[in-house]
Ligand binder design. Structure first.
Ligand code: NA7
Length: 318
């Protein structure tokens, strides 16, 4: 098994701004926004929310990650429950459905507050529809309002304020988050009041992405076996009607062997797992997605969990 070096851990540059932010004419809401989870996505989002004038209260499991936000003007709390107490609208952006549920139902979690009247909870972590329904139900039972706001896009797109927001649930929360969504996204969709729909749409888009990446990786690996230049293939691909900005970018990363995580491979495989669970419940056959999931799973086992999803190319070359 080859020795794989972990990708460099990037720290967030608090002074960087997306080029488009100045043109967006954002008037910050005067509500207090809580934010749980300062990973790469969460940090990027909070940095821009502070810059556009939002009042933000933050919490992160690893407390050290909060420090740059204190310096930038955010308040830090010790637990998710404390954030909920201090804020009107609370966003959550953590790795997976389990983490998202822990923050709501767990020790010192959101529901420990019992009365969430006048509070709203917005789930941004990528989760499946059932998890979203459970979280939404828990929040509503405590008289809170719930919105799922799934974020579609890479870390780079987050840094450029070019995410797409897919939202569902309480329409009034959606409207109250307008200045936040305008800060971080190029498009925002409200997909109805039924909780779960936005999660389904997000996972459907991730299916297209995952399957496309594995197809691209296999095709480039075949070119490599023939000693055809990968850069030539990409240049020709660029001239075809198949080209897409994402596949071109991923193809270039594969050719260079540069797997700096924009969409970590572990997140891609998590999404495919969620898709297959969803399909299983419907008896929906998804053979290509199943194999795609196996390919990502194997690449994870090879040590590329924290690299970009384009690292799937490494496995295809074996
Ligand atoms: P990262 O950079 O891997 O960050 C993950 C974040 O999730 C980070 O703040 C973690 O805290 C936090 N986390 C993970 N598990 C837990 C649990 N169990 N409890 C509390 N906090 C947790 O991911 P991204 O920021 O790129 O992505 C976040 C989401 O946005 C993801 O769902 C994407 O699909 C969209 P830590 O710092 O490790 O203590």
């Amino acid at each position: 098994r080859p020795v794989v070096t972990r990708p460099e851990t990037k720290t967030i540059d608090m002074n960087s701004r997306s080029n488009t932010l100045a043109d967006r004419d954002i008037v910050a809401s005067d509500q207090i926004f809580g934010f749980l989870g300062l990973g790469m996505m969460g940090s990027t989002i909070v940095k821009d929310l502070i810059y556009t004038g939002h009042k933000v209260v933050v919490w992160n499991r690893t407390i050290d990650k909060c420090q740059p936000f204190v310096e930038a003007g955010a308040e830090v709390k010790d637990t998710p429950m404390d954030v909920v107490e201090a804020a009107d609208i609370i966003f959550c952006c953590v790795s997976d459905p389990k983490g998202a549920k822990d923050l709501v139902f767990g020790n010192c979690g959101v529901l420990q507050l019992k009365d969430l009247r006048n509070k709203a909870y917005v789930e941004m972590s990528t989760i499946d529809p059932d998890t979203s329904l459970d979280i939404g139900e828990g929040i509503k039972q405590c008289n809170g309002r719930y919105l799922e706001a799934q974020i579609h896009g890479s870390r780079q797109e987050a840094a450029e304020g070019m995410l797409i927001i897919l939202a569902g649930g309480d329409r009034s929360v959606f409207e109250e988050c307008h200045s936040c969504f305008k800060t971080i996204a190029k498009n925002t969709f409200f997909l109805g009041t039924d909780v779960g729909n936005a999660c389904k749409v997000n996972l459907i888009l991730q299916t297209i992405l995952g399957v496309s990446l594995v197809g691209l990786a296999e095709a480039l690996a075949l070119a490599d076996r023939f000693s055809i230049s990968l850069n030539d293939i990409i240049d020709i691909f660029d001239l075809t009607s198949m080209k897409s900005p994402l596949l071109l970018a991923k193809g270039k990363e594969m050719a260079k062997g540069d797997f700096n995580p924009q969409q970590p491979l572990s997140h891609m495989q998590r999404d495919l797992r969620l898709v297959l669970n969803m399909a299983e419940n419907l008896d929906q056959s998804m053979p290509v997605t199943s194999i795609t999931n196996e390919v990502f799973k194997h690449t994870k086992r090879l040590g590329y969990s924290e690299h970009d999803s384009s690292a799937v190319f490494v496995r295809s070359r074996f």
